[in-house]
Design a protein around this ligand. Sequence first.
Ligand SMILES: NC(=O)c1ccc[n+]([C@@H]2O[C@H](COP(=O)([O-])OP(=O)(O)OC[C@H]3O[C@@H](n4cnc5c(N)ncnc54)[C@H](OP(=O)(O)O)[C@@H]3O)[C@@H](O)[C@H]2O)c1
Length: 248
Amino acid sequence: MSELFSLTGKTALVTGANTGIGQAIALSLAKAGASIIAAGRSPVDETLALIAAAGGKAEGLTLDLSDPMAGREVFQSRGPVDILVNNAGIIRRADAVDFTEEDWDAVMDVNLKAVFFLSQAFARAVLARSGEGKIVNIASMLSFQGGIRVPSYTASKSGVAGLTKLLANEWAAKGINVNAIAPGYISTNNTEALRNDEARSKAILERIPAGRWGDAEDIGGAAVFLASRAAKYIHGAILNVDGGWLAR
Ligand SMILES: NC(=O)c1ccc[n+]([C@@H]2O[C@H](COP(=O)([O-])OP(=O)(O)OC[C@H]3O[C@@H](n4cnc5c(N)ncnc54)[C@H](OP(=O)(O)O)[C@@H]3O)[C@@H](O)[C@H]2O)c1
């Protein structure tokens, strides 16, 4: 049974691995046996230390995806990478009537354009070696819902859901599983502004059937599952890890 979920012998690259959900995913994949390439625009030392303390293997990689093409050589310059987790993401908040082109482009570049072109670079490398690969994208509740005051974030995460399905359609028969996780409301830097807004924070909490905000660690197990042999026949799925939020 355990070999169904084991990632021993696999290498996984996780973007935005220095903190939050990316750090938790990197640690979970490492605990499942994968060697981790922890990619970040900020130093990933804390993540490397956590993985080492857990007895895992990891190396760091500087990767700033504000240039969405920054990762196009990443898979050529190293050994085979089996798992790609497109986690890096940003959010900008303003009323739609005031929203700037800069806030639109910055979010779309990191959250959507970089996801596509890093996935393309990964798939090219996997296909060139006739190998197998797993892509796990990080979507959002705003892949399904509208949200408020986050137009480029909603557009980008709705795009991630569509892209996940398109890439699954193209690559499922070629040995690459493309799926996504849609986290609910998780306590990280991304949601700090929401948690600091007492009224919004209370309204959100009241709607979560599990009765609590999620922790980054809540996402790790889902990533291990989607990256493992257990998910071999899962293609184009978006797995909600949301404490039941979408069930309401
Ligand atoms: N928290 C939630 O409730 C929630 C819900 C749904 C989806 N998500 C998604 O989950 C993912 C992780 O977010 P999080 O909640 O863990 O928030 P976070 O703590 O803000 O982490 C975001 C990560 O993305 C990285 N990043 C931002 N811009 C980047 C760039 N230009 N190049 C490379 N990396 C960059 C950040 O690096 P720095 O630390 O250097 O900025 C950080 O590692 C995001 O895609 C987010 O949209 C979060």
